[in-house]
Design a protein around this ligand. Structure first.
Ligand code: 6PG
Length: 255
């Protein structure tokens, strides 16, 4: 099966190399940012951590083709975070600050790290998010959300069998327990993710090919099963969703 035949929620873009994939993803992010600022004067984007997106963030901020991103009107939110200090190498914000935030002219107060060391970081972060954004239908609508996918089909810090999977009355949740890869986490929940105007899922490398096939089979068969394959719970309402896969993740290169 070629990647373009994968049945995933939304559009599937398969590019031969990661380099070409970053170019297309950066172009989509810049277009979303320009449209948001033109229409509403501000661009709210939420970024994921992990190992995949770091090189993409560096491409976005160094490649002159993407100099058009309106950083002066951009807010950077965290899709999820590990409950460690921002100086800890496991911190997603540490990686995003080093690869992106410190490289662009974001106005003061436009980078939003999660207050991980407070007693209830999710509650504080949700109040910050609600206070900074316009609500549509009672929910803040993020303009662009970049997600990854683990080999276990988790996304954000929504892990199979973990408490945050079932949260529908909050936008941000603390997540912990035997199903959560340590350390304890804070994560955006499905209600917030699925309200976004645009979702992009960046998946690269042949290690992810079998997981994408599992997701494809699930969606062709019984339909979304967030409890077992959390990424299948990401199903935007009015927004659009695009999967950015390299040929290896799409299973188009020899195993
Ligand atoms: C995290 C990330 C996580 C990530 C996936 C994929 O906190 O680890 O936010 O959700 O997107 O684990 O990670 P890789 O891109 O490193 O495979």
């Amino acid at each position: 099966m070629s990647g373009n035949e994968l049945k995933l929620c939304g559009r599937v873009r398969v590019l031969p190399t990661v380099d070409e994939l970053y170019d297309e993803l950066a172009g989509a992010l810049m277009s979303a940012a320009e449209a948001a600022v033109a229409e509403r004067g501000v661009f709210h984007m939420a970024l994921s951590g992990g190992s995949s997106p770091g090189p993409f963030y560096m491409r976005l901020v160094t490649d002159p083709r993407f100099r058009g991103v309106p950083w002066h009107a951009t807010h950077v939110w965290m899709v999820d975070e590990r409950r460690v200090p921002v100086t800890d190498d496991r911190s997603n914000f540490k990686m995003i600050r080093e690869t992106l935030v410190d490289q662009v002219a974001l106005p003061v107060g436009h980078a939003h790290p999660v207050p991980t060391m407070l007693e209830d970081p999710a509650g504080v972060y949700e109040r910050e998010l609600r206070g900074a954004m316009n609500l549509e239908g009672g929910v803040p609508v993020l303009d662009f959300v970049l997600l990854g996918m683990g080999e276990d089909a988790h996304t954000a810090s929504l892990f199979a069998g973990s408490p945050a999977i079932g949260v529908r009355d909050r936008l941000i949740a603390n997540n912990d327990g035997p199903c959560v890869t340590p350390p304890p986490r804070v994560t955006m929940t499905y209600p917030l993710l699925n309200a976004a105007r645009e979702l992009a899922v960046l998946v690269t490398g042949k290690k992810k090919a079998s997981t994408l096939r599992l997701v494809d089979e699930q969606l062709r068969g019984k339909g979304p099963d967030p409890g077992r394959l959390p990424i299948t719970g990401v199903r935007p309402g009015r927004g659009k969703m695009t999967w950015y896969l390299d040929a290896a993740a799409a299973g188009e290169v020899d195993p």
